[in-house]
Design a protein around this ligand. Structure first.
Ligand code: B12
Ligand code: SF4
Length: 511
């Protein structure tokens, strides 16, 4: 049985931010179990070719993400121009001989281009077609007759099971976590099963276009390698749906496994830069200390970044983290309103968050702060409290993301809406094409969804204005930060260097 894994294109046409970690982990596991696996990153290949080929040969990914145009096309309406784009996209990879083609869909923006590609490849190859990742599910299979199977979360055990099924040695009902059609055509989801974390292999990136991910920054190639130490999350924030499909809860790799895998990855790919893609690095003080000890003991000389909860980290621990190579933490601060923080069940206070940002800044770590705009029941007073927080800690907020609150189907809020004063829930089936992003809309306290969206946008604009005005407001992609931390000793110097770059940081990313 030959498997070909393809990372689906996004619709934005921007530089692929990271190597596809989930797909490469799956490839490593299948290869270790004797399965012949090829893999490609269609997103990266389109991005590269769109920069080098004549315009007439480009794949217009924005068009492939245009729901108004693509949905009728997927339903069979002729559209010769879309046919041309999809064929161009498909020609970038050679899937001949594959029995099973698996498309990786990590972001909502990948859903439509992935379906276009799946439909085309099903027609041209006849291979078994599957989709995997957090943005596909039962609705996707129900809506896409050219897709045979879906797995929506960790897929190692599911994929091995499916291969056994396709070889005739296992019944489809026995394949854990598989979404499939039964004999009557009804869509079914089997109970899930995940690999123990110590058995999850390090990613295997072979087959991927490494030259695309590496960017030249001032004469040095910077290649951030993604890696995951921890699955799950110690928190259960009420807006998040991560824990819902991460059924096995919090799981962390042993430090022995982590350091040996990192050392091997560094040797194999010739990079000392790691993008840790954990929900939370600081799952416990002990785990953080174990990491710092292991780095010293093994003499590791890496630079890395990750996400962290803004609590339980003091200056001495942050100094040790910086010394272990940490250059950036993304902190989910979310709001400066104590009431909203409680409603979100973040498990820390506004003061905790402020103290960690300050200590992290003093330790020389780049602070990227996530803020949520338009949360359930957010008032002008809540917005003003967040603005106060921004003003108070502006110098310690190097960069920020303001994301509008999205109600996820499996979040605590949507499971128990009455506790949050939400009055109406509308299951909007049309948006299956958007991944898990917005299956559900809500009306709160008499504010209908359309109006709430306006309120959310106003809140976002107000918060963005405060952040732009008060914080250093320096956009610094990972590649640039890694290089900056190699070249300079202080954040002040890095900020100056970034600000003085011709074309700004966007130039490196080709945006
Ligand atoms: C890195 C990342 C991103 C990156 C890049 C993603 C990428 N190109 O790979 C960026 C920054 C672009 C991103 C953006 C967003 N992200 Co994001 N992201 C992540 C993150 C931190 C890591 C993903 C990862 O690589 N994990 C490591 C791998 C090893 O684990 P894994 O994903 O479970 O891998 C398994 C499966 O995915 C599956 N699989 C993967 N490929 C394939 C292929 C096949 C064929 C099969 C069968 C299975 C399969 O098998 C893998 C191995 O078991 C996750 C959180 C997390 N810690 O996982 C969130 C996460 C995936 N993101 C999430 C969200 C919400 C977003 C945004 C929508 C946020 C926003 N509001 O804007 C945006 C989407 C933007 C857009 N334009 O569409 C959510 C998804 C929630 C959901 N859909 O239910 C997650 C889970 C975070 C969370 N806590 O909620 N994200
Ligand atoms: S929002 Fe982040 S910290 Fe909160 S439960 Fe989700 S992954 Fe964990």
């Amino acid at each position: 049985m030959k498997v070909h894994l393809l990372f689906a294109p996004t619709d934005g046409g921007t530089h692929p931010r990271t190597l596809p970690l989930g797909q490469a982990t799956l490839a490593a596991f299948l290869r270790a179990n004797g399965v012949a696996v090829d893999q490609d990153d269609v997103d990266a290949l389109v991005w590269r070719d769109n920069r080098t080929l004549a315009r007439t040969l480009h794949v217009n990914l924005l068009l492939l993400g245009d729901r108004g145009r693509v949905l009728p096309y997927l339903d069979g309406r002729p559209d010769p121009y879309l046919d041309t784009l999809v064929e161009r996209m498909a020609r970038k990879v050679d899937v001949r001989g594959a029995d099973l083609i698996g498309l990786s869909v990590m972001e909502p923006d990948q859903v439509l281009p992935a379906l276009c590609l799946a439909r085309h490849l099903k027609g041209t190859t006849g291979a078994t077609m599957m989709l995997g990742g957090p943005n596909v599910g039962e609705e996707t299979l129900a809506a896409a007759p050219y897709v045979d199977y879906v797995v929506m979360d960790e897929a190692e055990i599911s994929m091995m099971g499916l291969l056994e099924h396709l070889e005739g040695t296992r019944s489809v009902e026995d394949v854990p976590g598989l979404v499939y059609r039964d004999a009557d055509g009804a869509v079914r989801l089997n109970d899930r099963a995940h690999l123990p974390i110590e058995e999850v292999p390090a990613p295997d990136f072979s087959g991927l276009p490494m030259d695309v991910y590496a960017l030249d920054v001032d004469g040095a190639a910077v290649l951030p390698l993604p890696y995951q130490l921890v699955k799950g999350c110690p928190s259960q924030c009420t807006f998040c749906n991560y824990y819902s499909y991460n059924l096995d809860g919090l799981r962390a790799k042993s430090m022995d496994k982590v350091v040996s895998e990192l050392a091997r990855l560094s040797d194999t790919y010739g990079s000392r830069h790691f993008l840790f893609l954990d929900n939370t690095f600081n799952i416990s003080k002990r785990y953080v200390r174990d990491w710092c000890d292991a780095v010293v003991q093994e003499g590791l000389d890496f630079l890395w970044m990750d996400s962290a909860r803004p609590t339980g980290l003091d200056r001495s621990l942050l100094d040790r983290l910086r010394a272990s190579g940490c250059v950036r933490f993304t902190y989910g601060v979310e709001t400066g309103s104590p009431r909203l923080l409680k409603l979100m069940r973040k498990g820390f206070t506004v003061d905790d968050a402020g103290a960690v940002l300050e200590a992290s800044h003093d330790a020389g770590i780049w602070n990227l702060v996530n803020i949520i705009a338009g949360f359930v029941s957010e008032t002008e007073e809540d917005i003003a409290l967040t603005e106060n927080f921004v003003r108070a800690h502006a110098h310690a907020m190097d960069n920020y993301n303001v994301l509008v609150f999205i109600p996820y189907r499996a979040s605590v809020i949507m499971q128990h809406p009455e506790e949050f004063g939400i009055e109406a829930i509308i299951e909007n089936r049309d948006v299956v094409w958007d991944g898990n992003r917005a299956h559900i809309h809500f009306d709160e306290g008499g504010v209908p969804w359309d109006r709430k969206k306006e309120v959310q946008e106003r809140s976002r604009q107000e918060l963005l204005a405060a952040l732009r005005t008060h914080t250093p407001n320096v956009s610094a992609p990972a590649h640039l930060l890694f290089r900056g931390y190699e070249l300079f000793d202080t954040k002040g110097e890095i900020v100056r260097w970034i600000r003085e770059r011709p074309g700004g940081p966007a130039a490196e990313m080709g945006w």
